[in-house]
Design a protein around this ligand. Structure first.
Ligand SMILES: [Mn+2]
Length: 339
């Protein structure tokens, strides 16, 4: 099955004249790592492709982007429409359904191109794709992509044959999706890390670029949220924080500044569920994390219009922002009755 899929992918790439690599809305390290990792792999074998992001790439991940062939919605909208319509192969990475690309979902659904999915989220929308690589037993899409690329005939299992740029991108996606090796680390995750370090990927430089380049505003925002905003609910082993538009303005909030904040409360002894709510003009973005057997995927599906993984999920709320605390307290109360 695996070999058959690899051969099919190789054939699609060989035949593909115009290849588009699609990231998800609010691209994170795994989204940017997997799209740029695949891009660099294709470059190595003289195949041009274009990366499309449905929203802006946060500053701390921009070092992974190639100098050209990157399109971002909304500013490159016209080029994105043309690129998707002209593509004969579309590869979707790190999301399980077109809806995760928000404004691009109809373009993708209507495209006549062959479509490939490479992803690690549960319940992939397999009917929308000609070829699906879906595995939830990996740290990240980058880990799955590493397995795929090293299985390709051009690489033949020898990680040294991957370009430095590919290795660096895949390492970043794995490192960020495991929250720096603190969750979803599988035995092969460390094998992959080991092989990438052996081939020269500079983990200290990456660590510094990704986790050591925050703005002062972001640090102060984190301090403020932890000290004045976090609500601790020991009776439910839970904690949550809320980031309003007003506070975003106060702390000169930039895209991606809240990255990782949802994990902070899990360091409190006994806390097994953490939630983070970010207000935007259109809706409230929900991030959920848990420890052990508690499934925030189920929690999100039941109360937050979303899903994801067992220990990491997202969602959306369409309620007044000041109602979030009461909404969360009721939701966790209900959830804890059955879980
Ligand atoms: Mn991911």
């Amino acid at each position: 099955m695996w070999n058959k899929s690899i051969n099919l992918l190789n054939e699609m790439i060989t035949k593909g004249d115009k290849i588009a690599l699609i990231g998800h809305f609010n691209p994170d390290g795994d989204s940017v790592g997997s799209t740029t990792g695949f891009y660099n792999f294709l470059q190595q074998f003289s195949k041009d492709s274009t990366i499309i992001y449905p929203s802006g790439v946060p500053q701390f991940l921009k070092f992974l982007l190639p100098e050209q062939n990157v399109l971002e919605y909304p500013q490159d909208n016209e080029k994105i429409v043309n690129c998707i319509n002209d593509s004969d192969l579309i590869v979707c990475l790190d999301f399980n359904a077109f809806s995760r690309t928000e404004n691009l979902k109809h373009l993708l659904a209507e495209s006549k191109a062959k479509k490939v999915l490479i992803d690690h989220h549960i319940n992939p929308d397999i009917n929308s794709f000609n070829l699906v690589f879906s595995d939830t037993e990996v740290s990240s899409t980058c880990e799955l992509l590493y397995k795929i690329l090293t299985s390709m005939p051009q690489i033949g299992g020898d990680a040294d044959k991957l370009s430095f740029a590919t290795g660096q991108s895949l390492y970043v996606g794995m490192m960020t999706d495991t929250n720096n090796y603190s969750n979803s680390v599988f035995p092969f995750t460390l094998e992959m890390a080991s092989q990438l370090l052996s081939k020269g990927v500079d983990k200290d430089a990456i660590q510094n670029k990704v986790f050591g380049a925050y703005s002062v505003d972001r640090m102060r925002l984190m301090g403020y949220l932890l000290y004045e905003n976090m609500v601790y609910l020991p009776e439910y082993n839970a904690a949550f924080m809320t980031l309003s538009l007003e506070d975003q303005k106060r702390f000169n909030y930039q895209k991606g500044d809240n990255e990782g904040f949802v994990n902070l409360a899990l360091s409190i002894k006994g806390v097994t569920i953490s939630a983070f709510f970010t207000e935007s003009e259109e809706f409230i973005r929900v991030s959920l994390r848990s420890k052990g057997d508690i499934s925030v995927n189920i929690f999100s599906g039941a109360f937050f219009n979303g899903g994801g993984h067992k220990n990491a999920a997202g969602g959306k709320l369409f309620i007044p922002f000041n109602e979030v605390p009461d909404y969360f307290k009721n939701a966790i109360k209900e959830f804890k009755k059955d879980n």
